[in-house]
Design a protein around this ligand. Structure first.
Ligand code: FE
Length: 240
């Protein structure tokens, strides 16, 4: 069993920090950090308790849980980058990918069976797609790994719908006004992989070399692929 020797530990931050009244009801500047730490504690305890119950009931072993967690964390955006690079290098593959993304990934021995319906969408000079999960955090994890924190945040999830260009600006990215911006809502049933535009100046590049230009954010539609110059300069830091 999981226990805590601090009975106040899982009370809300506000009631712990400002429980004495005194007209002191604002949050301190570091309150968000304290809030995250508090929530982590709370969810860690819940997860550990659930794991104990699953073991006690003989439903899962520790080893099975460890392997499942290792599998989750073995997925990274490098997998999606390979798919995008192949779509740039091989137009026939791109057509098959846009037609049936799961089957095209199978060709590359990339297993996306955890996704009910996988859709690849191509960003062009006319249309730019960006992805949000308005409900929670649905994301093409077999291709991109775990979603970044901002993707799961309420501000992104709401603003991506109410003011998508503003949401992109918050992430330091602007889509020119003459390009139509389309927001697609990821769900439990349907996940999206965005194919960013192939950067200029990459004619004749090998598929492997192209892979290095594909950023995670470009596959969510909140950024472009790197230009050769940006790549040379060592750009491509992730947004959170
Ligand atoms: Fe979701």
């Amino acid at each position: 069993m999981v226990t805590t020797n601090d009975p106040n530990k899982y009370q809300s931050h506000k009631s712990r920090s400002h429980g004495n009244g005194g007209g002191h009801d604002h949050d301190h500047a570091d309150a968000p950090v304290e809030r995250i730490e508090h929530d982590l504690d709370y969810f860690q305890v819940r997860v550990l308790a659930l794991a104990e119950i699953l073991k006690e009931k003989g439903i899962l072993t520790t080893d099975e849980m460890r392997r499942a967690v290792e599998d989750i964390y073995s997925k990274t955006p490098a997998i999606g980058s390979r798919v995008v690079a192949r779509s740039w290098a091989d137009p026939a593959f791109k057509e098959r990918l846009l037609e049936n993304a799961a089957a095209a990934c199978d060709e590359m021995e990339i297993n996306t069976s955890g996704i009910n319906h996988l859709v690849a969408l191509e960003n062009t000079e006319e249309v730019h797609y960006m992805v949000v999960c308005t409900l929670c955090s649905c994301y093409p994890r077999p291709l991109l790994g775990q979603p970044p924190t901002w993707y799961k945040s309420f501000p992104y999830r709401s603003k991506a719908v109410a003011d998508p260009r503003g949401a992109l600006k918050d992430l330091g990215y602007e889509v020119p006004e003459d390009i139509e911006l389309r927001v697609v809502d990821s769900t439990a049933d349907c996940r999206y992989l965005i194919l960013p535009r192939r950067p200029a100046g990459t004619e004749g590049w090998s598929e492997e070399k192209l892979t290095a230009l594909v950023t995670r954010d470009s596959m969510i539609g909140v950024g472009n692929a790197l230009t050769p110059a940006e790549f040379e300069a060592g750009s491509g830091a992730l947004l959170g």
